[in-house]
Design a protein. Sequence first.
Lengths: 115, 110
Amino acid sequence: EAAVTQSPRNKVTVTGGNVTLSCRQTNSHNYMYWYRQDTGHGLRLIHYSYGAGNLQIGDVPDGYKATRTTQEDFFLLLELASPSQTSLYFCASSEEWGAFAETLYFGSGTRLTVL
Amino acid sequence: AQSVTQPDARVTVSEGASLQLRCKYSYSATPYLFWYVQYPRQGLQMLLKYYSGDPVVQGVNGFEAEFSKSDSSFHLRKASVHWSDSAVYFCASGSWQLIFGSGTQLTVMP
């Protein structure tokens, strides 16, 4: 069973703060994704990657950077956090891209609060 | 642009009752269609997937969904719900990128 681990579980920061969310997957999947989940919006894709060193822009990338350092590790960076980035963040991985994947494997989420 | 609509933000049913959660997609061709479930404090898990063939697809834990091209819908059903089915259910659709609906919070009353 594929495993996706996110850290931290919860994070509180102040406006203008610097935050890094971490994600590790243990099944050597090609694709990794960062989503944010907000009430009324479902999951929205921020960034994704199809391998170490690769980064692709999703639907809501403004204010976010991401980096895929290895096949296993994908980081989401908020360099100047704003209250509008208060959300529940999910990382996911899959062998194939998006709709073609048998399934996306999700982590348990990181709840970020920006005061 | 593609979109997925789940018109019911919250649904409450009694244990043992039947269930239907609604999903409508917007796309000219038949996309890949999914239902995912999110239990409290967990990530999303796939329940079932459809692309072609029999329009009724079976998933885990007694869930099934029916694809309707004429109605652009992919409704999720279960004949008899259990309290442990309480969760948030997401419909997702896409022919390239997956687009998720806004989710339906299901509460099963004992």
